[in-house]
Design a protein. Structure first.
Length: 523
């Protein structure tokens, strides 16, 4: 494989072709007013986390202390003195954040990143004691509690080499040469260690390319799948899920293809999937294959950018796809998170999942862009996503190993010379969510919080997708144990002091410039 420059961010690359990408969903957009809602489909019922906003009993005034954690300047997820609710709050003003826990939305699956070949290789090279400590920090329920992840079905651009599980030089219709031997070197051992730290790990798996012999260009780089191999490819993915389960690593969900609507200029393992091909594959092949095998693995569609919301609606109009697909996987490089709400409103029985985005290793703010990431996270969660899965869990200080054209950074950096671990700004943003919000938590409504005029523009965005639409973000949750969490992020250059209003009580919260703050209290 020829060398590629790595000075292009994924966001810049994808924005360049945004007009062409968006056209893929245009046909479905034209017919949007006539789309059948889930309630109009015989036998279709909303599922627990994708239901419309649900009202619960009248809001009671809160009692007890409010625990506070904040990241700002030199403080990283630092504990601050407790705050207290004050009864008799005046009517909310424009700058106030008003909480409505009686208006509940989706439930939360969790937070995490991708177990790429590159990340698992770097994890495997750590001394066992250092790796154990890092895995405890990242995954144990008493620490970061990261509980979702994304594996690659074969290689991605973040691999040591390009490979699939059937490297036959000629068509292998019986998949006699299928083998996951490559993954037994470090991917599966690392996943088993992670599951030991957090047995509740939910794993998504996404393919970047089918075997070369299934494709029109006979290469893992770019191209598209030949339709005559759709059934064989469904069997291939089913064998992958079964093989991982036999290794002690269950796969909770599959996407059809990482980023269905691009071939990445043939610069990395990738495969373009026309909309009609994905519809045919899911409805006629993959869905039935998983069902025949008795596998509970869910299917998530698209696995690409927000601006493909029209394609998502168009695919769900197909009865067979609607039957087999659990929801849509979204990337944050192009478009707006509100696209997830558009799809949710058309099909409220289908879930939204955010499955890729991450920092740029060349950004001067790689280690400090926690506030832009936190605002983006609030936007994602306010638009019905059940999870946030970042890109690579770990890369080295140069964004390696990497056989593709992009300059991504890891959630953590493992330095090649010293094996020292440093943490990204995205890591600190995650801490404010994953350390407080448990699986099964429900997002509930929070409104207001408009910053006063002159609060200051947000700092320059990083190249990996942390581009907040606003300078102030907030999102609220209620955990299964009844505790409540509010995350507030200020990307502006001036401090803010919003008042948080809940029922007849309120509390003022000091938010420094460029900060993330988490409040947690019991009801």
């Amino acid at each position: 494989m020829p060398p590629h420059k790595t000075d292009v961010t994924r966001r810049r690359f994808l924005q360049t072709g945004a007009a062409g990408i968006g056209a893929a969903g245009l046909g479905a957009m034209v017919g949007l007013p006539g789309v059948a809602h889930a309630a109009e489909r015989p036998g279709s019922a909303p599922t627990p986390g994708a239901s419309p906003t649900v009202a619960s009993p009248t809001v009671a005034s809160p009692v007890g202390a409010i625990r506070v954690r904040q990241t700002a300047g030199a403080r990283h997820y630092a504990a601050l003195p407790d705050l207290a609710w004050r009864a008799g709050a005046a009517s909310p003003g424009a700058g106030d954040v008003v909480l409505a826990p009686d208006r509940r939305r989706q439930d939360v699956l969790g937070f995490g990143a991708a177990f790429t070949d590159a990340a698992c290789y770097l994890f495997s090279r750590l001394a066992p004691s250092a790796r154990s400590a890092l895995f405890h920090e990242l995954y144990h329920p008493s620490e970061m509690a990261l509980s979702v992840g994304r594996a690659c079905v074969g290689s991605s651009d973040y691999s040591a080499v390009a490979y699939t599980y059937d490297e036959s030089p000629t068509p292998d219709l019986t998949l006699a040469k299928f083998s996951i031997a490559h993954d037994r070197q470090w991917i599966l051992p690392m996943l088993r260690e992670v599951r030991a730290a957090n047995p509740d790990l939910f794993l998504l798996a996404s393919p970047w390319s089918p075997p070369a012999w299934m494709k029109d260009n006979n290469s893992l780089l770019g191209g598209t799948i030949r339709r005559r191999y759709l059934g064989t490819y469904a069997d291939y993915l089913t064998k992958f899920v079964q093989a991982y389960a036999a290794e002690g690593v269950p796969v909770g969900a599959l996407t059809t293809q990482n980023e269905v609507d691009t071939d990445q200029d043939g610069a990395m393992p990738q495969c373009t999937w026309p909309q009609e091909a994905e519809v045919q594959f899911v409805g006629q092949h993959l869905g039935p294959a998983l069902a025949r095998a008795g596998l509970p693995t869910k299917i998530w569609l698209i696995d690409h950018n927000y601006n493909l919301w029209g394609r998502a609606i168009g695919e769900l109009e197909d009865d067979a796809v609607h039957r087999y697909a659990d929801g849509i996987a979204w990337h944050g490089y192009v478009g707006s998170p509100t696209s997830m709400t558009r799809v949710h409103d058309a099909y409220p029985d289908k879930h939204a999942y955010w499955t890729e985005g991450g920092p740029d290793i060349t950004s001067p703010r790689y280690a400090t862009d926690w506030a832009p990431w936190a605002v983006q996270f609030t936007d994602i969660l306010r638009n019905w996503s059940r999870c946030i899965i970042a890109w690579n869990y770990a890369l080295d200080e140069r964004g390696k190993p990497n056989i593709g054209p992009f300059a991504c950074g890891g959630l953590v950096t493992i330095h090649s010379g010293t094996q020292a671990v440093t943490r990204s700004g995205m890591y600190w943003a995650f801490a404010h969510f994953s350390r407080h919000v448990r699986r099964g938590a429900r997002v509930f409504e929070s409104t207001g919080g408009t910053p006063p005029a002159g609060a200051g523009a947000p700092p320059p965005a990083t190249g990996g997708g942390a581009r907040p639409a606003t300078e102030f973000g907030h999102v609220a949750f209620e955990n299964p144990d009844g505790s409540r969490v509010l995350v507030l992020a200020n990307t502006g250059t001036r401090p803010l002091t919003p008042r948080v209003v809940l029922g007849g009580s309120a509390v003022e919260v000091a938010l420094p410039a460029d900060s993330v703050t988490t409040l947690e209290w019991t009801t």
